[in-house]
Design a protein around this ligand. Structure first.
Ligand code: NHW
Length: 438
């Protein structure tokens, strides 16, 4: 048996007991649950036991003090890159936004405290989400922010947190979940790679995020990555009046993909509008608003102008504006763990986007869709640059792969694995091949 990787030898003591496809299992005959749902009274009623000296604690994220406790735990103990140079630094506002979508359950914000001094030392969360996976739609929980204090690692506490959040989700009558992780556990349904578009080259070099390649120079890299001052498309920040149009465009565009969140109008308002912070852009210094976690920009076409004929012909109130494209970016800085000069890496992440060019006949085949997306996401880079972000990140999902190279994204060393709990489906193909390029 020499040469076999221990991890592959059935070493997943916890995951082997869970309703997830096991490693090496073949593709399922049909999509569906692994274990059936249970009536509420059959769900375990009491919390799982914790090691002595620890106690469960539901976090009230509306309480600024508890919000800050989660922020503090994550900012010192959450995900780091391979060499422990950078650590995600989700802001308190980001956590407010991410943990309180419409219909959230406070019971799904699960903490562990030290009994004696009540210090928060571990956390896991879920939020409700409606998913469509291939042809089937179901309600699930999206699990995220699993974090255990560095001093309590490798004590098998993670399985206890996972079981407890599972119990809380079951108590709400929900039996599926979606989650992502850098680590490989049983069993990814898809894997994506991170790509990075440098914005502030001197700082990225200084903090060791990127290096000057052998055949280049810092000056050349700066020149290569320079962005225009103005966007190509006529963009404006999304407003309340756009919610219906954006929702409609989003829903139609997402039909292109095999696994997507299904969003109500409230979800769209929350995901794309509620994270814009307060005040005018610039108030937070650095071209950002106070507490800003997302940017959503829309391209609006006046219907009068575009199809004045149609508008004039329909005698009732014609639609006066139509959203043809939108993109959304979220702001997630990372702590730079060892740098004498810079404390944080300011990063934007490409979130959802859509364009109605996708619905035009042959738009994909003749390259019109790619061109439009390249312009749209190219403009997202301009706006990220105006907001003084250092780097713009994207994954190899949705329609990203064909545009990343031309927009000067470089491949990163991080992977993101996608998982479903208690749901079987074949691997989601088409995101990437082994090199991360379609
Ligand atoms: S991924 C980010 C996870 N967090 C971090 O990486 C932060 C830094 N690391 C830590 O805090 C996004 C600890 O290392 C953690 C593990 C807490 C990660 N997912 O306690 P032990 C998410 O938040 C398994 C799932 O000794 P530890 C998604 C591991 O394979 N499982 O480890 C979260 C092993 O099991 P095995 C993970 O280092 C999704 C066991 O934990 C995992 O002290 C959660 C070892 O436990 C991960 N990221 O703590 C699942 N990392 O079977 C949700 C390790 O292999 C499932 N493990 O022996 C759905 C639930 C809801 C269902 C509803 C119907």
């Amino acid at each position: 048996l020499g040469g076999h990787n221990k991890k592959d030898m059935g070493a997943h003591k916890f995951w082997a007991t869970q309703p997830v496809p096991q490693l090496g299992e073949g593709p399922p005959l049909d999509d569906g649950y692994i274990e059936p749902s249970k009536p509420r009274e059959e769900v375990r009623q009491d919390p799982y036991p914790l090691p002595k000296d620890f106690e469960w604690s539901t976090l009230d994220i509306n309480d600024p003090k508890q919000n800050k406790e989660v922020y503090d735990l994550l900012s010192l103990n959450y995900v780091e890159d391979e060499d422990a140079s950078f650590r995600f630094q989700y802001s308190a506002e980001f956590l407010q936004w991410a943990l309180k979508p419409p219909g959230y359950f406070k019971e799904w914000h699960v903490g562990v405290r030290v009994s004696s001094n009540k210090k928060l030392v571990a956390f896991i969360s879920g939020v409700p989400i409606t998913l469509r996976v291939r042809g089937k739609m179901f309600t699930a929980s999206e699990i995220n922010y699993l974090c255990i204090h560095k001093k309590l690692r490798s004590k098998r506490l993670a399985p206890v947190l996972i079981k407890e959040v599972t119990r809380q989700v079951h108590l709400q009558g929900i039996f599926q979940a979606i989650y992502t992780a850098g680590v490989v556990i049983p069993t990814p349904i898809s894997v994506c790679r991170y790509y990075h578009r440098p914005l502030n080259v001197p700082k990225l070099l200084e903090v060791g995020f990127t290096y000057v390649p052998r055949n280049s120079t810092a000056a050349r890299m700066i020149r290569m990555n320079k962005l225009p001052d103005a966007t190509t498309l006529k963009l404006r920040p999304m407003e309340e009046k756009d919610v219906v149009s954006v929702a409609d465009l989003f829903t139609k565009y997402m039909r292109r993909f095999d696994m997507v969140p299904v969003m109500s109008l409230d979800d769209v308002r929350h995901q794309f509008l509620s994270g814009q912070g307060t005040g005018k852009i610039g108030d937070g210094g650095e071209g950002r608003r106070v507490g800003q976690v997302t940017w959503t920009y829309v391209v609006e076409v006046s219907v009068m102008h575009l199809a004045s004929l149609r508008a004039r012909l329909s005698f009732q109130n014609p639609e006066t504006h139509k959203i043809t494209d939108f993109f959304s970016v979220y702001y997630l800085p990372s702590t730079i763990i060892h740098s004498p000069r810079h404390g944080t890496l300011e990063a934007g992440y490409l979130y959802y986007y859509a364009t109605d060019v996708a619905f035009e006949e042959d738009a994909e085949d003749d390259g019109r869709l790619k061109n439009r997306l390249q312009t749209l996401i190219g403009d997202a880079l301009v706006i990220a640059n105006q907001a003084k972000l250092d780097v713009f990140n994207a994954l190899t999902l949705m329609d990203n792969v064909p545009i990343l190279k031309d927009l000067k994204f470089g491949v990163g060393d991080g992977y993101l694995n996608f998982y479903l709990y208690n749901w079987r489906t074949a691997k989601l193909a088409g995101l990437m091949d082994e090199d991360g390029v379609k």
